[in-house]
Design a protein around this ligand. Structure first.
Ligand code: ATP
Ligand code: MG
Length: 250
């Protein structure tokens, strides 16, 4: 990995790029994944590279959904594996949900490498190698999922998901939680709960909210979900961005 001095003002952002390049060289992240990250970075600049209030509200709703799910699954693609491998494993243990390797540009080799990475880092249940079912309405290899994983799950946490697939999963009757820096993406607009934040920040927040709620044993769970409206929350995200941009000093 290229050495970045800690004093560099863009240190954190540069480290993320290095992680993705290392992920690509290890056959985990796709080249297209690098481009997708660039789109995310641009939105992170607008957001101010910090967690918005609306993202915190979405995280609360996401935690309730995960904790009340009958069969939750966490989907892991090449960017998620490169940027937040420890966090997805920690969350999967906390909510007792399997991880499913689910890559957009699917090659068996890449799926196998991501699975091996997750297992090496301590993940106990990793699905995705069978890919013995298909998401209806999606063509080609990117429709493939595991029958005992995403296909039969009631709640899917699918960070950095593709818009088409997110929509198709919702049409199957699933509740989909996504993490996506772009509040305008089709993924953000179609998901049940969209956390508009960087994957690493969002996962860390989600873990701490889930831990907190587990300690409090479910007080006020149902209410929180009744009050949550994803489209309204996305409008709040956009409002927060606009307000910040209006006040920006150059
Ligand atoms: P959609 O298909 O949902 O309309 P898209 O085509 O823009 O959107 P994809 O290229 O399918 O999106 O997926 C990349 C998405 O992931 C982008 O919307 C981008 O904002 C988001 N993204 C990239 N890197 C990160 C990151 N580090 N944290 C959170 N989100 C990210
Ligand atoms: Mg897309």
């Amino acid at each position: 990995m290229f050495r970045i001095p800690k004093t560099h003002p863009r240190y954190e952002s540069l480290i993320k790029r290095e992680k993705l390049v290392a992920g690509m060289e290890a056959g985990i992240t796709s080249k297209q994944g690098l481009i997708a990250h660039g789109r995310g970075e641009a939105f992170d600049y607008l957001i101010g590279e910090r967690t918005l209030k609306a993202a915190r509200r979405a995280t609360e709703a996401a935690a309730v959904l995960l904790l009340t799910a009958k069969k939750p699954v966490i989907s892991v693609n090449g960017n998620v594996a490169a940027l937040a491998v420890k966090e997805v494993i920690e969350l999967s243990e906390l909510i007792n949900a399997p991880l499913e390797v689910n890559v957009f540009y699917r090659t068996e080799e890449r799926a196998r490498r991501i699975k091996a990475l997750l297992e090496k880092q301590g993940a106990e249940k990793v699905l995705g190698d069978k890919a013995d079912a298909r998401i209806p309405g999606i063509e080609h290899a990117r429709a493939k999922v595991d029958r005992e994983g995403i296909y039969s799950a009631d709640v899917v946490l699918a960070p950095l998901e593709d818009g088409d697939r997110c929509e198709a999963l919702v049409k199957m009757g699933k509740k989909v939680i996504t993490i996506d820096l772009n509040p305008l993406s089709r993924t953000s607009r179609h998901a049940t709960v969209s956390i508009v934040d960087d994957i690493e920040r969002a996962m860390k927040n989600l873990i701490s909210v889930v831990e907190d709620k587990k300690k409090k044993k479910g007080e006020g769970k149902a209410n929180l979900l009744d009050d949550y409206d994803n489209k309204e929350n996305l409008k709040e995200v956009i409002k927060e961005i606009v307000e910040r941009l209006k006040g920006v000093e150059l």
